[in-house]
Write a protein that binds this ligand. Structure first.
Ligand code: GTP
Ligand code: MG
Length: 371
């Protein structure tokens, strides 16, 4: 953008528009409050106010997304773990399944390390990692999707074999379909006498999920989360499906990702669980998270251990932010803290003044780039 209105420029300079109009008049320019000023006029006024450009901000501060499109060469790409979300109807066993997976795959010694629940965790199967997102209930999933945050590579739909397809099962299927992620069906509670997996498969067929045995392409795995049965097979299927997706990321680039959850902690301040989606996040990194910013002060992994860095598909809990971001917010690492701060502050402003038009969101910083 090469122009700003008088009112917009006044706002940027923290001056009254009338003052600017007066100044412009003195400089020989007749202007009204809504008049668009060209670059020359803007420069004239800024020079008159002694406004200096301290730094160049190469990133459009209103659009963190642009930073997501960092150029990455093919050679930099490495395989990354799949990110899996577990969904399903109330009481069908989502939490039990997650617990069962964790118990099967996290060794006893490590299990003691799980001090707090961080909403996301990783397990290792045959030397390959899988990331599970815990909390995203349907609401959180919808919010994230509405914000364009694609965090999941694969959805597990849990259906209780004794209960069958219920309203939230259908909701979950629709979420997964809308997100265009592959679906694996886990038919749970197979240990129950009243379990009727055929009925579940029949019902799901009506929703477009047809088992391979019946000529479809949906993978169904019978499990018992309670007894830990079928869990290994389910994990194998997750790896199989994600290999087809050829999930890649570039550990070498600066980190980007999404907030899984965040809250204010009495002692530690703003605490955010982030899913690193690309690049490597490091302690000390200047970061913008939604409209919050800061430096990554400390990083804790899903086992409650302190870590110094976190690569693609890794969930970590960080502290060091000036404010509490929201689930679904994106994060971006910047080259230096000053830039992160200025971007963060601008984003906070933008959030406050959400009703401003596209054009008005042009910042002086962008404009000054060419000066
Ligand atoms: P919400 O979080 O409330 O939506 O429920 P959920 O889907 O997380 O279900 P949860 O894991 O809490 O399990 C609900 C109930 O089903 C609990 O009483 C579990 O013990 C029981 N349950 C879960 N899995 C199994 C299973 O494989 N077999 C049997 N018999 N019971 C199970
Ligand atoms: Mg639960």
């Amino acid at each position: 953008y090469e122009s700003l209105s008088v009112a917009e420029l006044a706002k940027k300079l923290h001056r009254e528009p009338s003052e600017l109009i007066k100044k412009l008049f003195m400089l020989g320019v007749m202007a009204t409050i809504n008049q668009e000023l060209d670059k020359d006029a803007i420069e004239l006024i800024c020079a008159d106010y002694g406004v200096e450009v301290e730094e160049e901000i190469r990133i459009d501060i209103t659009d963190l997304e642009t930073h997501f499109e960092q150029e990455v060469s093919e050679e930099e790409l490495r395989e990354r773990p799949p990110v899996v979300t577990i969904m399903g109807h109330v009481d069908h066993g989502k939490t039990s399944l997650l617990d069962s997976i964790r118990n099967t795959k996290v060794t006893d010694g490590e299990a003691g390390g799980i001090t707090q629940h961080i909403g996301a965790y990783q397990v290792e199967v045959d030397g390959k990692k899988i990331t599970f997102l815990d909390t995203p209930g349907h609401a959180a999933f919808t919010t994230m999707r509405a914000r364009g945050a694609k965090v999941t590579d694969l959805a597990i739909i849990v259906v209780a074999a004794d209960d069958g397809v219920m309203p939230q099962t259908v909701e979950a299927i629709n979420h997964a379909k809308a997100a265009e992620v592959p679906i694996i069906v886990a038919i749970n509670k197979m240990d129950k006498l009243s379990a009727n997996p055929d009925r579940v498969m029949q019902e799901l067929t009506e929703h477009g999920l047809v088992p391979e045995d019946w000529g479809g392409d949906t993978i169904f795995v019978p499990i018992s989360a309670l007894k830990g049965e079928g869990i290994d097979q389910l994990l194998e299927m997750i790896l199989l499906v994600s290999e087809v997706g050829e999930l890649k990321a570039s550990p070498a680039r600066s980190a980007i990702g999404t907030v899984i959850e965040a809250q204010l902690d009495k002692g530690r301040g703003s605490v955010a669980t982030l899913l690193v989606q690309d690049g490597t996040l490091r302690v000390g990194d200047p970061i913008v998270v939604g409209h919050a910013y800061g430096r990554v002060r400390a990083m804790v992994n899903d086992l409650g251990r302190r870590v110094k860095d976190a690569g693609p598909s890794t969930p970590v809990e960080i502290t060091g932010l000036n404010d509490v971001p929201q689930a679904g917010d994106r994060f971006v690492v910047f080259e230096d803290e000053k830039t992160a701060r200025s971007v963060g502050e601008s984003r906070a402003m933008t959030a406050i003044q959400a009703q401003r038009s596209e054009k008005q969101r042009v910042t002086l910083d962008n404009l000054f780039e060419q000066m």
